[in-house]
Design a protein around this ligand. Structure first.
Ligand SMILES: Nc1ncnc2c1ncn2[C@@H]1O[C@H](COP(=O)(O)OP(=O)(O)OP(=O)(O)O)[C@@H](O)[C@H]1O
Length: 608
């Protein structure tokens, strides 16, 4: 059973109703218009192809006038033309209405995705389902609406035709029951195979899509040329296409066999049986007129294929339900109770404290942080140092509540951080992470990151850029803070170097000016002088703010009031630079090694 976010078995009908309700909320008239259009079309077809056909034949048999038939046929042509116009109008309406429905559902999913815990995005199962929900949302809702309208109209059409058939000869009902049962069973099997086919392709489609991205996204272009990674991804893509081909073949054979069986029963055997029976009734029993005979052939054929279509559609409709499971679970996803105990607002910052905190990433069997105790008070400048993988970034992410610790507690002003409304809690932090992103937006938008503040805070943007050491580069930009970053959408877009990009991320944190500034290696791409200047500036503007920073260059850690040295998920040393140097332990060892390196290169003695 397909699951999302650890959910339970799904209920197709509820899922379908869920998506219909979404369509209704996005655009209330849409469902009524779709159903009305389908019913009018279907009822006209029954009336035209079966009832009117019989009527015209009877008129001819009874020797009616040409004038009478002329009026009947003219009326039919007018109604037919009106139905054609209705369809054109409907298609126009749909082309304008679909984007409204897509946008609404897409927006709901996007909004939800920002609330879901970060670790979920690192789980392949979740990611598969998330991708599926996004991909499907754009068209499933429309298909469900169309399917539902089609099913309702088919039911009405079949019922009307069956009434006509029974009125001619009740025995004929037998010829409609056989194809109904056949269609039902074949439809069930087809539906199952189709779903298995789609599911079997999912993983390989994602691998193929990822490999494709490697070859067209700019960020990979350089490494693809410099390293042999091209061949790895070409092979991965080839393997995934091979696997998809095999799955398509396996399921394709099953589907073809079912289709052949269907045509054999419905077109050949059934047609023969009805023709023989009706001919016998005319020739031997003289029970039927030619007019009814012609209509019977059309009506039985119409009921069989309509029912077959109905079963296909119901199967397809049910299939939508399975996919909608993903969309529904996603939109309805509730945060674990622990993170929503209280949605209280976060008061002005006084202190942050970790008590006996341990943390392990989902799917990992090793604790990344072990029994961490630390306290940070208002205004303190705190440095986290240690070798790669020691757990520094994870510690910061726990403090910010981007992840939840499995053991121990984290307190903000003495209150468990899980009791605060998350967005409000986040607003207390201005953070720069190692994996910061620049967006294909203007410089101003990249700094403010808030539609509401645009253009009102231009001075703030300029000040933040100046503090982050970007003013010289800014002076060379023709459009200043209105320059668009990256060439994604704009040939004149500005492409920044790694260090320049980092300065933008720092300026972003400065502009947000929250009470707690968090910097995770904000200077790794800066030269030592620029780094030192950045930290000097940071300490200056931080003033009475609290700063927590990670830096591999210990020359900057010297600026901190307190340094925590982490190793293998544990705090192994804590104190001021002088205290740690006096310990003659790991910190002083690391510092001395780095200092020697600088001195050997005679590049930054003054800095150290
Ligand atoms: N999302 C994740 N899922 C699983 N493991 C992770 C994840 N993020 C980090 N880790 C692991 O957790 C450990 C600590 O990572 P973390 O990024 O906190 O270390 P760090 O001290 O900041 O390292 P660096 O100095 O290299 O940035 C590493 O072994 C890393 O592989």
């Amino acid at each position: 059973m397909h699951k999302l976010l650890g959910g339970e078995k799904f209920n197709n009908l509820k899922n379908l109703l869920f998506v219909i309700a979404l369509v209704y909320r996005a655009s209330p008239p849409r469902i009524i218009i779709s159903i009305t259009k389908s019913v009018i079309e279907r009822v006209f077809n029954v009336f035209f192809f079966i009832y009117l056909l019989q009527y015209i034949f009877e008129c001819i048999e009874n020797g009616t006038t040409f004038y009478h038939l002329f009026w009947i046929l003219s009326m039919i042509i007018v109604v037919r033309a009106l139905i054609g116009l209705m369809n054109i109008g409907y298609n126009y309406y749909i082309s304008r209405n679909n984007p409204i429905v897509f946008r609404y559902i897409f927006g709901r999913i996007m909004n939800k995705s920002t609330e879901i815990e970060l670790y979920k995005f690192e789980q392949p199962d979740f990611y598969n389902d998330y991708t599926l929900a996004l991909d499907q949302s754009s068209w499933r809702a429309e298909e469900v609406t169309e399917s539902m309208s089609y099913i309702i109209s088919q039911f009405i059409g079949i019922a009307a035709t069956v009434i006509l058939i029974v009125s001619w000869d009740p025995t004929l009902i037998f010829f409609t029951i056989v194809p109904i049962i056949n269609s039902y069973l074949v439809g069930l099997m087809r539906n199952k195979v189709q779903y298995e086919k789609d599911m079997s392709l999912l993983k390989d489609e994602r691998i193929a899509a990822y490999s494709k991205r490697i070859f067209y996204e700019k960020k990979y272009a350089q490494e693809v040329r410099l390293f042999g990674i091209k061949d790895i991804f070409l092979k991965k893509q080839l393997d995934s296409y091979r696997a998809m081909r095999q799955n398509l073949k396996k399921h394709g054979i099953k589907l073809t066999i079912l289709d052949i069986w269907n045509v054999l029963v419905m077109d050949t055997l059934l047609f023969l049986a009805v023709a023989l029976y009706s001919t016998y009734q005319i020739v031997v029993n003289h029970n039927l007129s030619i007019a009814v005979y012609v209509s019977i052939m059309t009506a039985v054929n119409s009921v069989s294929w309509s029912f077959n279509g109905l079963i296909y559609e119901i199967a397809y409709f049910a299939q939508h339900g399975r996919y909608i499971e993903n969309i529904k679970k996603f939109i309805n996803y509730e945060m674990p109770v622990t993170t929503t105990v209280n949605s209280g607002l976060t008061p002005p910052f006084e202190s942050l404290e970790m008590i006996n905190v341990s943390f392990q990433y989902e799917g990992s069997n090793k604790a990344v942080l072990k029994n961490i105790d630390l306290k940070i008070s208002k205004g303190e400048k705190i440095a986290l140092v240690g070798y790669n993988g020691a757990g520094k970034t994870t510690l910061i992410k726990l403090l910010m509540q981007l992840y939840d610790a499995q053991q121990g507690s984290i307190f903000y002003n003495g209150v468990d951080i899980r009791q605060f409304d998350k967005d409000d809690y986040y607003s207390r932090f201005s953070a720069v992470f190692q994996d910061f992103q620049l967006y294909a937006l203007s410089l101003q938008e990249n700094i403010l990151m808030d539609e509401a503040k645009l253009d009102k805070d231009r001075i703030k943007v300029l000040e933040a850029l100046e503090k982050a050491g970007f003013e010289e580069r800014l002076s060379k930009l023709d459009k200043g803070i209105d320059s668009v970053l990256t060439k994604e959408f704009d040939n004149d877009g500005v492409v920044l170097s790694g260090g320049e990009g980092q300065k933008i991320a720092v300026a972003r944190a400065f502009a947000k000016s929250s009470e707690i500034i968090v910097m995770d290696e904000p200077s790794s791409a800066l030269d030592p002088i620029a780094e030192y200047q950045l930290f000097q500036k940071l300490m200056e503007i931080a003033n009475n703010k609290t700063v927590i920073f990670i830096s591999h260059r210990l020359s900057t850690a010297k600026l901190a009031d307190r340094i925590y040295m982490l190793e293998d998920g544990e705090i192994i040393e804590e104190g001021t630079h002088e205290e740690l140097m006096g310990n003659h332990y790991k910190y002083s060892e690391m510092f001395t090694k780095q200092a020697e390196k600088y001195i050997n290169y005679e590049s930054a003695k003054d800095v150290i």
